[in-house]
Write a protein that binds this ligand. Structure first.
Ligand SMILES: [Zn+2]
Length: 127
């Protein structure tokens, strides 16, 4: 990771899921930058056919980055707002992923075969 910008590190996590969900993740990335410019990604993965996104925002990020001082009350409020806004965005993206084919990005639904994937008819047929 040495020499990589914060932004490219965040985008690296796209590779944890299929390309059909990449536009959704890129849009989420843009949205997150507006509420939590310094956010970082712990993990992006697929579970039971939908996205699971784990972020460090707000207070957690502050502590994770070695902030040894407990934030001032006004700062803590700001962190809480940042956390809440980021959680809403992540939740919306996770919900939306259940309707998008993970392979190609067409409208999809959960398919259960050996494991659950959200796919369109075409991609489900060629699995
Ligand atoms: Zn598809």
């Amino acid at each position: 990771m040495v020499g990589q910008s914060q932004a490219s590190k965040r985008i690296c996590h796209l590779h944890g899921v299929g390309p059909g969900w990449h536009p959704l993740l890129l849009r989420l990335h843009e949205e997150l930058l507006t509420v939590s410019p310094g956010y970082s990604v712990q993990q992006v993965k697929e579970k039971y056919g939908t996205l699971r996104i784990y972020l460090l925002t707000g207070l957690l990020r502050h502590l994770h980055e070695g902030g040894d001082m407990w934030p001032e009350p006004h700062e803590a409020d700001r962190y809480k707002q940042e956390d809440d806004a980021a959680k809403l965005l992540v939740h919306a993206a996770e919900q939306e992923s259940a309707t998008i084919c993970e392979y190609c990005g067409n409208p999809g639904q959960a398919r259960e075969r050996f494991w659950i994937k959200t796919l369109c008819d075409d991609c489900n047929a060629c699995r």
